[in-house]
Design a protein around this ligand. Structure first.
Ligand SMILES: [Zn+2]
Length: 257
């Protein structure tokens, strides 16, 4: 693999605020905004799932919710990535970390292609639920862990080592199903990146970047040309030839109108 594909997920803290009641209330004042608590990730093509929390940072003080050092670590990951895969990442993970980067006065990471598995699921299929947990169950891939309820978040805020441990365990457990989902969706996604280009292998499959393409499929006709469809021997994805590839002579029209 030449390209660096980051499969990632973050956990954030709740927003602390004042209200006058408990039912359908407006927050009067935000006391403490959300922070990033932990990040879990795996590089495409690598086996190891990583996870870092605020509590792993050298300057960590139990009970103090400070994500400065963690954001610096997340920045490095995104800066290194050619593409970054997250579930609902366009709406959540990317925007949340960008806000935190800005709050800490950091530069934008160098550009990476955002891949949102939730968007792919919505685009290509009609699943009853597009939540990672439900998709993992429906597609029989690695299951997503149970975050253990609000007590885990509260425990982290209070600086309890057990809660931090639990938070990172659940954060980490989201990565294998996300990786599986991404690899399965890749063949279906028509708006994905040209993996063969970024892998420097133009003769290989554009969906996965490694598979050999077999020209055993139908043709697509435009008014003047015919293009052949190929299927990848590895991921099963399909692609069309970039240049016109004529059918065998006896199948071509002798005349055009
Ligand atoms: Zn492929």
């Amino acid at each position: 693999m030449i390209s660096r594909g980051l499969v990632w997920d973050i956990e954030t803290s709740p927003i602390l605020g004042y209200t006058w009641g408990i039912w359908e209330q407006n927050v009067i004042e935000v006391v403490e905004d959300y922070k990033v608590l932990s990040v879990a990730w795996q590089w495409v093509g690598e086996k190891k799932v990583h996870c870092l929390g605020q509590d792993d940072m050298p300057g960590f003080i139990p009970g103090v919710n400070d994500d400065k050092e963690l954001m610096e670590r997340i920045w490095v990951l995104l800066d290194e990535a050619d593409y970054a895969v997250a579930h609902n990442g366009d709406q959540f993970d990317v925007k949340k970390v960008n806000a935190r980067f800005l709050v800490h006065g950091m530069m934008p990471p160098s550009p990476y292609k955002q891949i949102d598995t939730k968007k792919i699921a919505k685009r290509v299929a009609g699943f009853t639920s597009n939540r990672l947990k439900d998709l993992a169950r429906d597609l029989n891939v690695n299951q997503k862990g149970d975050p253990g309820g609000f007590a885990t978040w509260k425990g982290c805020m209070a600086g309890e080592p057990q809660a931090w441990k639990r938070m990172k365990k659940y954060n980490r457990q989201d990565i294998p199903p996300l990786m599986d989902l991404y690899l399965q969706f890749r063949a279906w996604d028509k708006q994905g990146i040209a993996m063969n280009t970024i892998e420097g292998k133009p003769d290989k499959c554009p969906k996965c970047g490694v598979g050999v393409m077999w020209p055993k499929m139908k043709y697509r006709a435009t008014n003047s040309n015919l293009y052949q469809y190929y299927r990848c021997a590895d991921c099963g994805g399909t692609a069309k030839s970039r240049v016109a590839e004529p059918k065998p002579k006896n199948e071509r029209n002798m005349y055009v109108s």
